[in-house]
Design a protein around this ligand. Sequence first.
Ligand SMILES: NC(=O)c1ccc[n+]([C@@H]2O[C@H](COP(=O)([O-])OP(=O)(O)OC[C@H]3O[C@@H](n4cnc5c(N)ncnc54)[C@H](OP(=O)(O)O)[C@@H]3O)[C@@H](O)[C@H]2O)c1
Length: 329
Amino acid sequence: MYLADEKRYDKINYRRCGKSGLKLPEISLGLWHNFGGVDTFENFRAILRTAFDQGVTHFDLANNYGPPPGSAEENFGVLLKKDFLPYRDELIISSKAGYLMWPGPYGEWGSRKYLIASCDQSLKRTGLEYFDIFYSHRPDPETPLEETMGALDTLVRQGKALYVGLSNYDAEQTRAALAILKDLGTPCLIHQPKYSMLVRDPEEGLLDVLEENGVGCIPFSPLAQGLLTDKYLHGIPDDSRAGKVTGFLQKDRVTPEIITQVAALNEIAKERGQSLAQMALSWLLKDPRITTVLIGASRVSQLLDSLKAVENQNFDEAELRGIEAVLAL
Ligand SMILES: NC(=O)c1ccc[n+]([C@@H]2O[C@H](COP(=O)([O-])OP(=O)(O)OC[C@H]3O[C@@H](n4cnc5c(N)ncnc54)[C@H](OP(=O)(O)O)[C@@H]3O)[C@@H](O)[C@H]2O)c1
């Protein structure tokens, strides 16, 4: 039987999510990779237990996580039953709908039909009674924003979600969606954008919109799927995301140009007494507009390494200038 570490709440800081009443750990764990039907049960069980033992209370899912799609939610459901049911009220569990999940016109994007049916499926797969956060996973260019936001509002009113979030919406789409949600009486809790040292689009307006509206921010792929670690410095390991056939990171993303940047960043990290993964995470956390960073991990040792990022979130001017110079290469 799993008994969580009694000291778990002394190990990590919790930040308020925008202007809401909800606090999230500075590091959250995503189940996009490494928790699917192709992965090893004992490995992902150990990752999830370690995360919670370290005070990580937030786990992020989506309907399509696997592979195969849906299997990460199913596996999470098994772990919930075996290990985490006594701790349900200590957990913030999110899911999303937006990408292709089933055939036909109602299996993806942002219609009311798809969002509500998908949330019902995700609740069944996980065995949860409700999600703490339910997201529209991507904007839909064809469905009126009022319909997509109305579906999120309905899920809250039906008791299937406590809060709602947006993911992959740009600054202007976000501004419009936040206004609709506010009018409906279901304010948006959080936004989940792709954001890392290598992908900086949220700095171009999105972070300002979130701050103005009191909405939290949870950057996904903060390690650029593993590129912002030292693992690709000497080639592509077979057991890495770029090396595996089931990994979303394409081998051709590991370019000599990126590796030159990563090697230089690795030197700056060493001078700070951090691993590159830790520096990449603390570089995001230095911004108070960031609520939590949403990492992935394929093994316990990575999770423990990344969690140490919270110990050093201060950067001096010279370090920041050095990092900017490398990123401008
Ligand atoms: N909303 C969206 O559209 C969206 C899209 C993508 C992801 N997400 C969410 O964000 C979560 C995180 O995304 P991500 O997995 O791409 O995040 P990430 O943290 O950028 O990358 C995680 C990968 O980096 C490697 N890694 C992690 N820590 C390491 C360390 N300390 N040292 C060396 N390597 C390390 C591992 O890859 P190896 O396999 O190579 O070991 C790990 O699987 C997902 O699980 C999901 O919840 C959301």
